[in-house]
Design a protein around this ligand. Structure first.
Ligand code: SAM
Length: 324
């Protein structure tokens, strides 16, 4: 599970936030967090459960009552928030049975859905203690990244943390091969559809994806340029594309996860994740009618590109503190 690679960074951010309290009086009674671009499905609630455990463990170690937690789940209005409701019920059942959660008393949690774009303001001024976002921000231009930081700087309280994970690149050369791993299979799919007369050549030639996969140096300089945050930590890791494959619960046993290893499932799952990010872009340019076809071909091209074990993408996780 890709998100588990950043578990330590999230836990550290929560622990730093709570340990910041100098005494019982300072210790927060409430922690308000937001997961931006949360998507839908069982994994959506994983970040929330990591935070809940981290709060429970840190509070226990400090001998203090855990704060109540409000978890704001954000995505675009088209996100299937209903399926998140269902996943939440399952998570609550598992936690009641003692599965997934650590031994310490669990904080009381309140979940809220916040449909809207994180390019704009989503929350009141200085209302958030912790912000998280993973694999959503790579669809930005540099200007959008600055706009994202500006909005969050207004919504977050001083001294509080934000953990972001995005697809990146290791070199400063924006034309680097790493960057095209996601887009070549899409170009191939669209090109084939041009040959078959399903897509106009003119439309194909004028299609651009404003994707921005940042290098560590660029991230550092953009954070500095925006000016509201201190970069506490930056981590680069490689994710084998196999980690994108679907995970399903075994019948009658919610605690065990079954992984689908077949190539078809792998291609389908990468395609689904990419579709979540760029579907509206493709639909706006080519029309909605081609969506199912183009992303089916995308999945097939992913499989055809080579053995999945060798297909890796670069991820960058950063932990930022809002300046006081
Ligand atoms: C690839 S999914 C990542 C899901 C999840 N965070 C994860 O790490 O598995 C990207 C999500 O970002 C959402 N998204 C894209 N642009 C967004 C925006 N401007 N505001 C809010 N959510 C956005 C998409 O709808 C999609 O659900």
């Amino acid at each position: 599970m890709v998100i588990m690679k950043t578990k330590g960074v999230i836990e550290q951010a929560i622990s730093d936030h709570l340990c910041h309290a100098r005494n019982n009086v300072d210790f927060p009674e409430t922690l308000v967090m937001a997961d931006l671009g949360c998507s839908s499905g069982p994994n959506t609630l994983l970040v929330g459960s990591i935070v809940i455990n981290a709060v429970a463990n840190t509070s226990f170690e400090m001998g203090l009552k855990a704060p109540d937690i409000q978890i704001n789940l954000n995505d675009l209005p088209t996100n299937d928030f209903n399926s998140v409701f269902v996943a939440l019920q399952e998570l609550q059942q598992c936690s009641t049975n003692g599965q997934f959660m650590d031994v310490h008393a669990q904080p009381t949690c309140y979940f809220t859905w916040v449909p809207g774009s994180y390019f704009g303001r989503l929350f009141p001024m200085k209302s958030l203690n912790f912000v998280h976002s993973s694999y959503s921000l790579q669809w930005l231009s540099q200007t959008d990244f600055l706009r994202f930081l500006r909005c969050r700087s207004e919504e977050m309280m001083g001294g509080r943390r934000m953990v972001l994970t995005l697809s990146g690149r290791t070199t400063d050369d924006a034309r680097d091969e790493e960057r095209y791993q996601l887009w070549r299979p899409l170009a191939m799919a669209l090109q084939d559809m041009v040959f078959e007369g399903l897509v106009e050549e003119e439309k194909f030639d004028s299609f651009n994806i404003p994707s921005y996969t940042a290098s560590p140096m660029e991230i550092m300089s953009l954070v500095k340029m925006e000016g509201s945050f201190i970069l506490e930590h930056l981590e680069i890791f490689y994710v084998n594309w196999e980690a994108w494959k679907r995970e399903e619960k075994k019948d009658n046993d919610a605690s065990e996860l079954k992984q689908l290893t077949d190539d078809h499932g792998f291609g389908h799952d990468v395609s689904k994740a990419v579709r979540a990010g760029i579907e509206s872009l493709v639909a706006n340019h080519f029309g909605e009618a081609i969506l199912d076809d183009v992303f089916k071909r995308y999945g097939q091209n992913i499989i055809a590109t080579g053995p999945k074990e060798t297909q890796k993408r670069v991820s960058i996780t950063i932990s930022l503190t809002r300046k006081m």
